[in-house]
Design a protein around this ligand. Structure first.
Ligand code: HEM
Length: 533
């Protein structure tokens, strides 16, 4: 576990600290090398007998004789340092599509320093086996997101527990599931409307003043307010300048944590490099987040039982017998807070970007929204179901800019065979495996014009085509580790997009930089909201 205790030492102690941590780094490096050495014999043999500690590996088993006949996976033609820089920088979110096209293969890997590798599988026909019900366990990668610095993803029980096998994850997911049912979430419509109204009020003010707003930042402020109220009955007041200090600090903290997670993913020493001010900021961010989670839970515990909302997500967390201690409950308050605002916030920003950049689509969408009648000022879930072009636009936004663009990350715990384009490959154990979404949702071979924003494709496709599209379009991944909150996400995103484009237009004043940091982001998108008459 990374040392966090000395982070507030005066600067005169820094050289000492740097020396001590450099020593730790060396030891960890040695351990890493030993780990890789230990792994070699295991990789060299076949996976008969199943992966270590995971679920039965029946679907992927091969005998040693079969293994000898399998092909080696092609390697992306970059040096380990070039690959490290490319993945760390986040500046090219479309790397995997590029690598797939360069190698003309849907199975490939990048070699990183210290013997680390990441395998990529962009062939969708392999995915049921790799990430479906009998798929691989999740990657250790999430450990870097461990807000509590105590291995919650690996040692504690939470909704993000790494292993799908065993009771740790399953019991928690099962007990939380009712809180995420469509019925339970639709009943919270007054909350969505209340939070959405304050977002619209902030946009009205900005429009009246002719202000230019940073759309991703505003999107995140809005969605942190939303998840706070919907899940925890907790108000962040993110648009109230007098009271939004906590919300702003929290959003800054998650940005820092995501940055460090990106770095640590390719540099296992990163969490130990506490002489680096960015790493120290990471630990401060963790502490800040931890305090906020405690405050949220304390507020719930201090609420008299007759005033608590028994259907709220925090009630389900509180009453969930799957957790072994209060700390594990705090872990999931945290998990749902970060997963529940970043994804929706950036999806809304992508919506503003794509719709505002495509006047033809926007006009058609606004005609449909203008013609629709809503019982209240803001639309309800059911009312939006009857708007075909609107729903095609939402799907198209999530297709062309899926926020979880790198898809699911898994661990190749023991080696296995995978077949793609008729070739059988051997994937060795002990590495990360990614099934990126981009490679399938923008592939011209499937979509014809996959890189073009064209909602009509969802309305014009034949039944046969639509079956293919729907199978490939999985922005929430597939069971069993699919997004637990997909209903919540869709209710929130759809209501917001409808309200924003019925009420406003957005003039893009600064084009975004396409950026990847855990999620896919239109970084720096600046817009001027204009009220529609
Ligand atoms: C547009 C919005 C969203 C998208 C596109 C999205 C996408 C995804 C994807 C692709 C996964 C699987 C990740 C993996 O396998 O590594 C996932 C898992 C998850 N998501 Fe979401 N998500 C969204 C919104 C939310 C919200 C609002 C919450 C919380 C309130 C949430 C909570 C979670 C959790 C807890 C998991 C892990 C589930 C498990 O492992 O059992 N997500 N999401």
């Amino acid at each position: 576990m990374p040392a966090t205790a000395d982070l507030e030492q005066p600067s005169s102690l820094l050289p000492l600290l740097a020396g001590a941590t450099a020593g730790v780094v060396c030891l960890v490096g040695l351990e890493e090398v030993l780990r890789l050495q230990r792994k070699k014999p295991a990789n060299a043999s076949s996976s008969v007998g199943g992966k270590q500690g995971g679920r039965p590996d029946v679907l992927r088993q091969v005998t040693p004789e079969e293994k000898d006949k399998l092909c080696e996976v092609p390697r992306v033609k970059l040096t380990p340092m070039e690959a490290f820089d490319a993945l760390r920088s986040g500046k090219d979110p479309h790397l995997t599509e590029k690598w797939r096209d360069e190698l003309d293969s849907d199975v490939f890997f990048v070699q990183l320093p210290l013997g680390k590798r990441i395998y990529f599988i962009t062939d969708t026909t392999c995915w049921d086996t790799l990430i479906g019900p009998a798929g691989l366990e999740k990657s250790h990668f999430l450990r870097q997101l461990d807000l509590f610095g105590e291995g919650q993803m690996t040692r504690t029980r939470s909704i993000l527990t790494r292993k799908t096998s065993g009771e740790g994850w399953h019991a928690i997911r099962k007990a939380l599931a009712p809180a995420f049912s469509n019925k339970c979430l639709v009943a919270k419509t007054p909350i969505y409307h209340r939070v959405l109204s304050s977002f619209c009020k902030a946009l009205d003010d900005a429009a009246d003043k002719g202000m230019v707003v940073n759309m991703p930042e505003w999107g995140l402020r809005y969605t942190i307010d939303m998840i706070g109220e919907v899940a925890y009955n907790y108000k962040f007041h993110a648009f109230d300048d007098e009271r939004n200090g906590e919300a702003k600090a929290l959003l800054r903290a998650i940005d820092v944590i995501f940055r460090e997670t990106r770095y640590s993913n390719v540099n296992p020493f990163r969490p130990y490099m506490v002489w680096c001010s960015e790493v120290r900021e990471y630990y401060q961010s963790i502490r800040l987040f931890r305090d906020v989670c405690r405050k949220i839970y304390r507020q719930f515990l201090d609420t008299p039982p007759d005033k608590q909302d028994a259907t709220s997500i925090i009630s389900y967390i509180h009453n969930n017998p799957g957790y072994q201690c209060e700390f594990e409950k705090l872990c999931d308050i945290y998990n749902l807070l970060w997963a529940g605002h970043d994804t929706t916030g950036y999806t809304i920003s992508w919506a503003v970007y794509h719709l505002s950049s495509n006047p033809r689509v926007l006009k058609k969408l606004q005609q449909e929204l203008d013609a629709a009648t809503f019982a209240e000022e803001l639309p309800s879930y059911d009312e939006l179901n009857h708007l075909p072009y609107f729903n095609a636009c939402v799907k198209e936004i999530m297709r062309i800019s899926p926020v979880v663009s790198n898809g699911t990350r898994r661990q190749t715990e023991s080696g296995f065979k995978v077949t793609s384009r008729g070739v059988d490959y051997w994937i060795p154990g002990g590495y990360q495996m990614l099934a990126p979404l981009f490679a399938r949702v923008r592939d011209d071979r499937i979509w014809g014009d996959g890189k073009v924003f064209r909602p009509e494709r969802w309305l014009e496709a034949s039944e046969e085509q639509l079956t293919v599209y729907n199978k490939l379009f999985q922005p929430f991944s597939i069971a069993p580790r699919s997004c637990i909150a997909q209903h919540l996400a869709l209710i929130e995103v759809r209501m917001t997009i409808a309200a924003l484009f019925k009420g406003y237009e957005f003039e893009i004043t600064t084009e975004p930089e396409f950026f990847y940091s855990i999620t896919y982001k239109p970084r720096g998108l600046m817009v001027k909201p204009i009220k529609r008459s």
